[in-house]
Design a protein around this ligand. Structure first.
Ligand SMILES: Cc1ncc(COP(=O)(O)O)c(C=O)c1O
Length: 444
């Protein structure tokens, strides 16, 4: 292998200078919850790649389905009324899984494209229905919805935005919903869920006739560090959206396909039906890239009156949709959402015990198989460590053979293993983490 090549690539969220100095980690093989690098080192994949590989690595069944589809038809598109058989099968499959009348997908290649498409659809919907210029999109502080210009315009972290300004106009930010660091300085439940009512305040201030959509993920992702909302939150959001005719876009890019212990994260909020749902990652477990924005029939009916002037060359790629079908089949057959709930709860309990054992763990957030471990200098004041602390813990764990991550905000370590993780592997992951934090404790 040419080791020069690794110095000639722009890596995501990486200083190229660091790679030039230390070299890249070349991953060559994966099997269930493990991956191996080119030097033969084995890692327990505590982050499912990038929160992607819900069914675990190295499934021959997926490779075979993909191979068969490639032999039958390697590519076709979804422009001008064309489509393919696996794509249509996936349309039906998704409709049988998604809540309410979210029955009409538009296929894309990633979560960013899905969210950007959702913003465009929200604007086009209101151009068709109201002719009134409802176009603004409201998002939350600490939100991550992807990296294209639309998605970073709805990003709640300055580091993701500043290098690329000016961003897309018409995006507005409200507070996040992280109780541990309550943005309005209150306590639950006496706070009356003010963070949710911040949406109503923003709509009123801006004028309801100008606001098209609100975007949120059921468990806020990698910037905040896997923060679930309190149980009342999304019902209030739904009510406000209905009151002001604002569309609710639910970003299920991480939380979809069993990750939280249910097929979709929003199902933890009974009765709440989004107007659009954006999925990617676990939809195909990343074996082939695929994403979708799934819109309600009400929205599709309005859009169907005109040419839908949007689409990507590879949207609805038959190899990707064939891959998603077998992926969903495995998720259901092996009851992986249930495993995320049961083994997930066990991991959550064990991690919670870390709060007592380590002086610097302030909060553990566990939803299904999503874990945010908040690292603080002082448990009373909740003052966080600099980013370097979580990064050092991540690096030590990696040395010991566990892959995890830090939240982009830098206050937390994050775990998001494949949903196939059993109790034995969970214990292995917890043991490495325990050793890692014991080393960190000595450094304070
Ligand atoms: C919640 C959420 N939305 C959207 C995205 C963007 O997805 P992609 O990287 O596939 O564009 C991500 C990626 O991590 C995500 O976590």
């Amino acid at each position: 292998m040419d080791r020069q090549a690794e110095k000639k690539m722009l890596y995501s969220f990486t200083k190229l200078a660091d790679v030039k100095e230390k070299g890249a980690t070349v991953i060559v093989k994966g099997e269930d919850c493990y991956v191996w690098d080119a030097k033969g080192k084995r890692y327990l994949d505590g982050f499912a790649g990038l929160q992607v590989v819900n069914i675990g690595h190295g499934r021959k069944e997926v490779a075979e389905a993909v191979y068969k589809q490639m032999c039958d038809l390697e590519y076709w598109h979804s422009f001008f009324g064309f489509t393919t058989k696996p794509t249509l099968e996936l349309v039906e499959k998704l409709a049988s899984l998604t809540p309410g009348d979210l029955n009409v997908p538009h296929f894309v290649n990633s979560g960013s494209e899905g969210n950007d498409s959702a913003f465009k659809i929200a604007r086009a919907y209101f151009k068709n229905t109201d002719k009134c210029g409802k176009y603004k999109i409201i998002y939350r502080d600490k939100a991550y919805h992807g990296m294209n210009m639309g998605a970073i315009s709805a990003n709640g972290f300055y580091g993701n935005r500043v290098p690329y300004e000016p961003l897309v106009p018409g995006f507005l930010r409200i507070p996040h919903c992280h109780c541990y660091r309550c943005p309005v300085g209150k306590d639950y439940p006496s706070c009356n869920i003010d963070c949710a009512y911040a949406l109503e305040k923003m709509i009123q201030e801006e004028g309801p006739d100008s606001v098209a959509a609100f975007i949120a993920d059921p468990v806020q992702g990698t910037i905040g560090g896997y923060v679930p909302a309190v149980k009342e939150y999304f019902a209030i959001i739904r009510e406000i959206c209905d009151k002001y005719r604002v569309l609710f876009i639910c970003d299920e890019v991480i939380t979809g396909f069993g990750r939280t212990g249910k097929m979709f994260g929003i199902e933890h909020y009974p009765g709440v039906k989004p107007d659009m749902m954006v999925v990617a990652k676990g939809l195909s477990s990343g074996y082939v890239p695929l994403g979708a924005v799934i819109v309600s029939e009400k929205i599709a009916d309005v859009l169907s009156e005109d040419l839908f002037m949007h689409g990507y060359t590879y949207g609805g790629h038959p190899v990707a949709t064939a891959c998603a079908l077998v992926n969903i089949d495995i998720l259901q057959r092996e009851k992986l959402p249930e495993n995320a709930r049961t083994v997930g709860a066990y991991i959550g309990e064990q991690l919670n015990s870390f709060i007592e054992r380590f002086s610097f763990i302030g909060e553990v957030r566990a939803t299904g198989m999503l874990y945010g471990i908040e690292l603080v200098k002082d448990k009373k004041t909740k003052e966080p460590f600099p980013v370097s602390f979580a990064t050092e813990a991540m690096n030590i764990a990696r040395e010991k053979g566990l892959l995890m991550r830090i939240s982009t905000g830098g206050f937390a370590n994050l775990l998001c293993p494949p949903l196939t993780m059993n109790k034995e592997l969970a214990d292995e992951m917890l043991a490495i983490l325990d050793e890692t934090y014991a080393e960190m404790e000595k450094k304070i």
